[in-house]
Design a protein around this ligand. Structure first.
Ligand SMILES: CCCCCCCCCCCCC/C=C/[C@@H](O)[C@H](COP(=O)(O)O)NC(C)=O
Ligand SMILES: Nc1ncnc2c1ncn2[C@@H]1O[C@H](COP(=O)(O)OP(=O)(O)O)[C@@H](O)[C@H]1O
Ligand SMILES: [Ca+2]
Length: 568
């Protein structure tokens, strides 16, 4: 068997007017300039920004992982011009040697600022046609042997998400890249809300595809997972409505092309909201598992959530902003300010099952990043647990008293299954939350002054810890329940009868008169950007139920000369 580092090909080729030693192994394509004194650097560095001064001069030596090559294209010289194999014409450069007859272009991923990826290209010329052919076929062979790359994709576009640019973004920025990478697509532009969900549930021929692409915002992504999770359970014979049954993980990966208002699922799993970056993560076949919460009311299934489940502040912001959709993404700023000033608090009881045996807490300084060991460790733990305890987990723990209960008045109750980072808050609602650790971070913001709540909110946008305040508590949990005060048991209600009846009458009178300062009894739940129809809910985390075409946010690489294959 061949060792991974063994060279498959090595030739002297030309890049523009300079000679390069070019080599291909299973893992890397390297081109290294032959002369030791660099005079002319025809290429941009692999990284757009010169972040790494200790690296060898990037004009002299480049390396690209084979896994990050997008495609290879043959170029042919004809009548003094060079013709691409796609038929378009390109003027040959004068400085190219006359003996250079054949050329091929490699398209590859280039990393730019703030986790953005771009498609870069390099053209190699060689005097021998056979050598050129050999290079092209060898690179293509390597790409074809990568089984994680998708070949056929089912694309859903929400034409009305965000600034209504979904269709244009897909056609102009994404589709040409898919074509270059040899990916075939079946595209559906949705005609009504829940079109994508219902198509996935009932019609889509999922066997034909290697993945689903969602062009839209968090609400559109929610439609896609509802369709896909439902369909997977039906196909696997699992009751999708069950509160206790373990759900079957979905095999098809989902790619998100951000074209919505918040796009926090894309931002928190890729590090940026950029359609080209997302398209490239899909092309190279990345895979990132993701936790999903199921939400039930009285044993009746309501919805799934992957990012934020928010009662109080975020629920009110969403309800208010839905009436202002015409404003586009700015509706959240408007409603956010309005709800901050309104300053409603809500009473209720939160019970939760703390996540035991896991590594990590919501107050950690470590962040969930590409290849996260915490997600790997806790993910493994979760699958062992579900094999061991099967369906009895909840009742067992309840009787053994593992559940904890908190009663109080809350400005907000937020459950973040991932950081919920987005451009508005680049570190997110729970900066240390993990994409795939099988837990959600339950954040309780108790009634406090407007000034204190503002301090908490502003800390989402600064380096300060938004949980380091006396009226905030945060717990990493596997399961939780919420019961608004007015739904509590008779004995509870009797205790508060006097105060309660006074309040209920008062709140009814005041429902349409918020200026009097009387708070309504209920808020609603914001579930990944959708309003839930019930306030009393039971939430359970299903670790790693779905997978994205993403790899988590990449750490900024620290290059040492020795780690660079060109320097060895
Ligand atoms: C006074 C300064 C206030 C700064 C507060 C910053 C906190 C912002 C945290 C936002 C967390 C958003 C979590 C994601 C929610 C989306 O699912 C949802 C729906 O997104 P979509 O419209 O479908 O893209 N958007 C909102 C705002 O509820
Ligand atoms: N063709 C359509 N017409 C109307 N609504 C749609 C359509 N397709 C999807 N939707 C709905 O639009 C809502 C918002 O979509 P989303 O893409 O998340 O944008 P935004 O981030 O601006 O909210 C989602 O709830 C989705 O179900
Ligand atoms: Ca999680």
């Amino acid at each position: 068997m061949e060792r991974p580092g063994r060279l498959l090909l090595q030739s002297e080729l030309r890049v523009r007017n300079a000679a390069y030693d070019v080599s291909l192994s299973r893992s890397l394509l390297i081109w290294k300039r032959r002369t030791s004194s660099p005079v002319y650097h025809p290429f941009r560095p692999r990284f757009c920004v010169p972040l790494f001064p200790r690296r060898p001069d990037p004009g002299v030596c480049h390396s690209v992982p084979v896994s990050e090559i997008i495609s290879v294209r043959e170029e042919e010289e004809e009548n003094g011009s060079r013709q691409r194999d796609d038929g378009s014409w390109k003027k040959i450069r004068e400085r190219e040697g006359k003996d250079c007859r054949q050329a091929f272009t490699v398209l590859y991923v280039e990393r730019c600022r703030q986790h953005r990826w771009r498609c870069a290209e390099v053209t190699f010329t060689c005097s021998d046609e056979a050598v050129c052919q050999h290079w092209v076929s060898s690179i293509r062979e390597q790409l074809a042997s990568n089984t994680s790359r998708p070949k056929h994709l089912l694309v859903y576009i929400n034409p009305y998400g965000g600034k209504r640019q979904g269709k244009r973004i897909y056609e102009q920025k994404v589709a040409p890249l898919f074509t270059q990478a040899g990916i075939s697509t079946s595209v559906i532009v949705t005609e009504y809300a829940n079109h994508a969900r219902d198509h996935l549930k009932m019609e889509a021929e999922l066997k034909k595809f290697d993945g689903v692409v969602c062009v839209g915002g968090d609400g559109m992504f929610s439609e896609i997972i509802h369709g896909l999770i439902w369909r997977t359970q039906i196909d696997c014979g699992v009751d999708p409505n069950s509160t206790e049954e373990a759900l079957s993980p979905c095999s098809l990966r989902i790619g998100i092309i951000p074209a919505g208002s918040t796009d926090c699922i894309c931002f928190a799993s890729v590090g940026t909201n950029d359609p080209v970056t997302s398209a490239l993560h899909i092309i190279v076949g990345d895979s990132q598992p993701l936790d999903v919460c199921s939400v039930h009311h009285n044993n009746m299934f309501l919805r799934y959530s992957v990012s934020l489940l928010g009662y109080g502040f975020y629920g009110d912001v969403l309800s208010d902003s839905e009436r202002k959709r015409w404003m586009g993404p700015a509706r959240y700023d408007f409603s956010g300010l309005k709800m901050f000033l309104t300053h409603h608090y809500y009473e209720g009881t939160v019970s939760y099952l703390p996540a035991k045996g896991i590594i990590g807490t919501p107050r950690d300084a470590t962040r969930c990043r590409s290849g996260c060991v915490i997600c790997q460790h806790n993910g493994q733990l979760n699958s062992e647990r579900s094999e061991k305890y099967e369906m009895d987990e909840a009742s067992d723990s309840e009787s053994s008293g593992e559940w904890r209960t908190i009663r109080g008045k809350f400005l907000a109750i937020n459950a973040a299954s991932m950081s919920c980072a987005c451009p508005r808050s680049p570190k997110g609602l729970s900066p240390a939350a993990h994409l795939a650790d099988g837990t959600t971070d339950l954040i309780l913001v108790r009634k406090c002054s407007r000034f204190n709540f503002l301090r908490h909110l502003l800390r989402h946008t600064s380096k300060d810890d938004q949980f380091d305040l006396t009226f905030i508590e945060v717990h990493r949990v596997r399961r939780f329940r919420f019961m608004p005060r007015h739904c509590q048991s008779d004995s509870d209600l009797e205790l508060d009868l006097h105060e309660n009846s006074k309040r209920q009458i008062f709140s009814q009178i005041c429902k349409d008169h918020p200026a009097c300062g009387c708070a309504p009894a209920y808020s609603s739940w914001n579930c990944d950007g959708e309003i839930l129809t019930h306030t009393a809910i039971d939430v359970r985390v299903h670790g790693q139920l779905i997978k994205l075409f993403a790899r988590g946010i990449e750490e900024l690489p620290v290059f040492e000369d020795l780690s660079n294959p060109c320097a060895i």
